[in-house]
Design a protein around this ligand. Structure first.
Ligand code: PHB
Length: 392
C-alpha cells in the first residue's frame, strides 16, 4: 500500500477555487490538503484573464488582509461597446451600483498562495493525481504520485475537483472525463501582451466588419489585447506589424498605442457544463465543472461563486452532520452557472463575426447592439450580468 495520509477535505487544484476553498474551510475549523500538478512558479506565472466582479473583490478583502486588489488592481466603473465606428459606454455604478476590478488571475494567485502557506496550509506542488478511489463512499481517496515520483494516497471525508478544464476528478463524478453539455465556437482569440502604455483606461469590446477585438490593460507599461482569429491560427505566424494592422483595423476611431509584442497565444473557446457537479462525497468546482468563453469575463468569478456555496455545504456536512446543503449544492450552483453561460454566449455571439455570417446576420447584430446601448433596460442587463449577480 502506498503511504496514506488522512484529511477531512482533499482539494485537487491550487487555482483560485481550490485555494479559496481551503481558506473558507480553515475558517470553519475544517482541515484540508491541497495538491496541484504544477510548481508554485508555474501557478504564479500562468497568464489568464483578469476581471473580478464586485462580489469576488468583497470576498477577497474579507478573507485576505494582504490582498493587493486595491493597490495593484484597478476599479473599472464601465466598459465600452464599440460598433459602427462609435463607442458606447456602459456605466456600471449608475445602472447597478456596482463595479468590477481588473486584477489579473496570477496576481490573485500570488496573494492566495502567500495567505495559505503563511497560515500553514498543507499544500503540495508537483503532485500528479491519477484518479479518485470511491470504493468506500464515506471516505473517497485521491490516488496520486508525489513530486518525487512516489505513490501517494490521500483519504478524506470529501474530495473536491478544482483541477481545471482538463479535470482528472471529473470522471469520478460524471462517469467519464468529458460528460457534459458542450458548445464549440468557430473562432478563437489571438491574445498579445505588449510593452506600451494603455490605449484606453477602460476595456473596449469592439465589433467591426473585420471581426472582434478587445482592448484591455495589465499595468502602466503593459497592455493585453485580443482579436478574433481562426481556431487553428498559429500564434507565431503573423509579424508584429501584421498583428498591429489587424488590431488597429478592428478598433476604428481609436489609434492604439503600439509596442513590442512580448507574448502571443491563441485561446480556443467553448462552453461546457458537466452533466453532474457532485456524486456522493466528490464534487466539482470552477473550470472542472464548467467552462465559459472569455467574452463575458466570468471564468474566475464563477469558480469562486461555486466555492462559496460548497464551503457552506461542507461546513454543515462535516461540522454538523447536516447534509441538506450538500444535497442542494449542484442545483444552487447551476442556477448561476447557466445564467453565466447564457451571458458569456450572448456577449460572444453579439460581438464576434461568424465566418459564415450573411449580410442579414451582420445587420441583425447591429440591431441587437443598438438595442442594448440605446435602452436603459439593455444596458442594465449587461451591467448586472458583467458585475455579477449577488450570491444567494
Ligand atoms: C483580460 O484582461 O485578459 C480580459 C478582460 C476581459 C475579458 C477577457 C479577458 O472579457
Amino acid at each position: 500500500m502506498p503511504p496514506t495520509i488522512r484529511t477531512r477535505v482533499a482539494i485537487v487544484g491550487a487555482g483560485p477555487a481550490g485555494l479559496i476553498l481551503s481558506q473558507l474551510l480553515a475558517d470553519a475549523g475544517i482541515d484540508s490538503i491541497v495538491v496541484d500538478s504544477r510548481s508554485r512558479a508555474e501557478i504564479e506565472s500562468t497568464i489568464r484573464a483578469g476581471i473580478l466582479e464586485q462580489g469576488t473583490v468583497d470576498l477577497l478583502r474579507t478573507i485576505d488582509p494582504g490582498t493587493r486588489v486595491d493597490t495593484v488592481g484597478h476599479r473599472h466603473d464601465g466598459i465600452e461597446l464599440r460598433f459602427g465606428d462609435e463607442g458606447h459606454r456602459i456605466d456600471f455604478p449608475s445602472l447597478v451600483g456596482r463595479s468590477v476590478w481588473l486584477y489579473p488571475q496570477h496576481e490573485v494567485l500570488k496573494d492566495l498562495l502567500a495567505l495559505r502557506l503563511g497560515a500553514g496550509q498543507d499544500l503540495r506542488f508537483g503532485v500528479t493525481v491519477e484518479g479518485v478511489d470511491d470504493g468506500d463512499p464515506e471516505h473517497p481517496a485521491v490516488v496520486a504520485t508525489d513530486a518525487h515520483g512516489e505513490p501517494l494516497r490521500i483519504e478524506a471525508d470529501f474530495v473536491v475537483g478544482a483541477d481545471g478544464s482538463r479535470s482528472v476528478v471529473r470522471a469520478a463524478v460524471t462517469g467519464s472525463s468529458t460528460g457534459g453539455y458542450f458548445r464549440e465556437y468557430p473562432f478563437a482569440w489571438f491574445g498579445i501582451l505588449c510593452e506600451a502604455p494603455p490605449s484606453s483606461h477602460e476595456l473596449i469590446y469592439s465589433n467591426s466588419d473585420a471581426g472582434f477585438a478587445l482592448i484591455s490593460q495589465r499595468s502602466p507599461e503593459v497592455q493585453r489585447m485580443y482579436f478574433q482569429c481562426d481556431p487553428n491560427a498559429d500564434p507565431s505566424a503573423p509579424s508584429d506589424a501584421e498583428v498591429w494592422d489587424t488590431l488597429q483595423a478592428r478598433v476604428p476611431g481609436t489609434t492604439l498605442n503600439e509596442g513590442p509584442v512580448i507574448q502571443r497565444d491563441v485561446l480556443r473557446f467553448r462552453s461546457f457544463v458537466a452533466h453532474e457537479l457532485r456524486r456522493g462525497r466528490i464534487a466539482l468546482v470552477g473550470d472542472a465543472a464548467h467552462t465559459v468563453p472569455p467574452t463575458g469575463a466570468k471564468g474566475m468569478n464563477l469558480a469562486i461563486a461555486d466555492v462559496v456555496l460548497l464551503a457552506q455545504a461542507l461546513g454543515a456536512l462535516l461540522g454538523e452532520d447536516d447534509d441538506r446543503l450538500i444535497e442542494g449544492y449542484a442545483e444552487r450552483a447551476l442556477d448561476r452557472i447557466w445564467k453565466a453561460q447564457h451571458f458569456s454566449w450572448w456577449m460572444t455571439s453579439m460581438l464576434h463575426v461568424a465566418p459564415d455570417a450573411s449580410a442579414f446576420d451582420r445587420l441583425r447584430q447591429r440591431g441587437e447592439l443598438s438595442t442594448v446601448v440605446e435602452s436603459e433596460a439593455g444596458r442594465t442587463y449587461l451591467a448586472e450580468a458583467y458585475t455579477g449577480w449577488p450570491t444567494r
